[in-house]
Write a protein that binds this ligand. Structure first.
Ligand SMILES: [Cu+2]
Length: 107
């Protein structure tokens, strides 16, 4: 797994001990790292750079699953999005019928 690490505010440090060392997240830069997980599971960590008032709340979690489980999860998310888009389109069409054609614009 590759990871691109960025920060939008101050310096942080991405750290999940079971997956390797600490990696800085510095505003204006993209840091890169990679790791390989050999066993499915939940891997927990937290920011390792004192970054401000909410530093203690900066927890991280990686959920590692077998590739087939990930592909199934991804396929379900795509189906959910398509179903939501279909429902939104049906709602827009219904509103257009009630208010006049093209009265409700597609976002
Ligand atoms: Cu922090």
């Amino acid at each position: 797994m590759t990871l691109d690490i960025v920060s939008q505010d101050v310096a942080h440090s991405w750290w999940i001990p079971q997956l390797g060392g600490k990696f800085d997240a510095v505003p204006g830069y993209v840091n890169h790292t990679w790791f390989k997980i050999h066993k499915p599971g939940i891997y927990r960590g937290q920011c390792a750079e004192l970054c401000g008032r909410n530093h203690a709340d900066m927890i991280a979690q990686v959920r590692a699953v077998p590739p087939t489980d990930f592909e199934a999860w991804l396929a379900q998310r795509k189906a959910d999005i398509q179903a939501a888009n279909n429902a939104a389109e049906a709602s827009r069409a219904k509103l257009n019928r009630q208010t006049g054609a093209a009265a409700v614009q597609q976002p």
